[in-house]
Design a protein around this ligand. Structure first.
Ligand SMILES: *Cc1c(COP(=O)(O)O)cnc(C)c1O
Length: 424
């Protein structure tokens, strides 16, 4: 499947039926799998053959979705997880333990920020946050001998900033540190982080990847391009795993990261994707390439409209020439910048509430990045515990509205915004 273009892979990759089998992946709704002879099953346990034996470790429906996402990202293997958050958690656990540290952009998804800033430290893993706009020298200073991962988002949620891959990838290369990229909001339809130096790619498939908002899910993609043997940082990859008959992961010919992640973390923690959700995510991702085109085109039109509206103080979308991240978007997201934008209404929280309650088509939700347009006012919802000063420090001014532009007709979306702004 390697030489096909992305829109072809969206509908063809991950599953190929044999004669007489279902054309799309069947839902293998079974915890366990039958074996006629003991040796065949033992070989599976020894990782000598790739059969299924228990759905906490792998499942045919989940494997179809994993195969598709791996192909879309140009990776060598993928692991379907129960959510985007578990995908991030299991990725960190695969490389880091108590006494280690990771670096993360401060502009990451709120759930990731909590995981890294609050929960990981309780387990002895320190996270050192950096401003993604800082110089390479400043970021580099945070790396020491115990640093196991640098974590960034292609397009940050909710900051809508575009990461400078070249700057970050260069630092990782120089120090031999694994680069993990959350590509949820860009998706492989708009950006393939492996081409810019990513070693591990993480998705919340609950968003654009499935598109319909029917299934929670996450995916970890192993890009297969990190030399664990060459680096002294990764002893746990280069020493025998006593919990796996003394296997040395870095000796494996392929998918070193994914194999360790599945054999240790998925085995011990679970948090695997369910067959039902894998099926929904698989069929949802068929239309990814088409949808991302429309999300991007719609959001660019809405951003342009808002940027000229007298009641709007500011708008953030990388398609706008005036946007701080426009140049980086040209380099890394040339085919479209996705459907997420934010803007500030002139005035306070009450004005924002009035605007949102006046919308008729666009709905208020916590979710983002599915086919339906939706809005959120962080200051009165996800960030409501923060004072006015704290909000400003977090880059979430009181008047910020986050808009996830769907794939409805752009004229209808703009008309809805226009009539709601009239009431403000
Ligand atoms: C939603 C989201 C997550 C978390 O995914 P869940 O599936 O909700 O656990 C992680 N990263 C980004 C960028 C997200 O938008």
């Amino acid at each position: 499947m390697k030489n096909y273009k992305l829109d072809t892979l969206c509908v063809q990759a991950g599953y190929k039926p044999k004669t007489g089998e279902s054309r799309i992946p069947a839902i293998s709704q079974s915890t366990t799998f039958f074996y006629g002879d003991t040796q065949a099953m033992a070989d599976c346990f020894d990782l000598k053959s790739a059969g299924y034996f228990y759905s906490r470790l792998s499942n045919p429906t989940v494997a179809a979705f994993e195969g598709k996402v791996a192909a879309l990202e140009g990776g060598v293997a993928a692991i379907g997880c129960s959510s985007g958050m578990s995908a991030t958690t299991l990725s960190v656990f695969t490389v880091a333990g108590a006494g280690d540290n990771i670096l993360s952009s401060a502009e990451v998804y709120g759930g990731t920020y909590n995981l890294f800033g609050t929960t990981l430290p309780k387990l002895g893993i320190e996270c050192r946050f950096f401003n993604p706009d800082s110089s390479a020298e400043e970021i580099e200073k945070l790396i020491d001998g115990k640093t196991k991962m640098v974590f960034i988002e292609t397009v940050a949620n909710p900051a809508i900033s575009v990461v400078d891959f070249d700057k970050i990838a260069k630092i990782c290369k120089k120090h031999g540190v694994l680069l993990a990229v959350d590509n949820t909001l860009a998706t492989p339809a708009l950006c393939r982080p492996k081409e810019f130096g990513a070693n591990v790619i993480i998705h919340s498939s609950s968003k654009y990847l499935d598109g319909h908002a029917a299934a929670l899910g996450g995916v970890i993609v192993d890009c297969g391009n990190f030399d664990f043997k060459a680096s002294e940082r990764y002893a746990s990859f280069n020493q025998p795993d006593e919990s796996y008959h003394g296997l040395v992961y870095s000796d494996l010919p392929v998918a070193v990261f994914a194999t360790k992640c599945r054999a240790q973390m998925i085995r011990d923690i679970g948090a695997i994707m369910s067959p039902q959700n894998a099926f929904l995510s698989y069929i949802g991702s068929d239309t990814l390439a088409l949808r991302m085109e429309k999300h991007s085109a719609n959001a660019a039109k809405v951003a342009e409209y808002l940027s000229k509206h007298p009641k709007i103080e500011w708008v953030r979308h990388p398609s706008l020439k005036s946007d701080k991240y426009h140049e980086l978007a040209k380099k890394y997201l040339p085919d479209g910048q996705g459907g997420m934008l934010s803007f500030g209404i002139k005035g306070n929280s009450q004005k924002c509430a009035l605007f949102m309650e006046s919308l008729q088509l666009i709905t208020q939700e916590t979710h983002v990045a599915d086919v339906r347009s939706c809005v959120l006012h962080p200051a009165s919802t996800t960030h409501r515990q923060l004072s006015k000063e704290d909000l400003a420090a977090a880059g979430v001014p009181e008047n910020l509205i986050r808009l996830s532009v769907g794939i409805e007709n752009a004229e209808d979306i703009i008309a809805d915004i226009a009539q709601a702004l009239e009431k403000v």
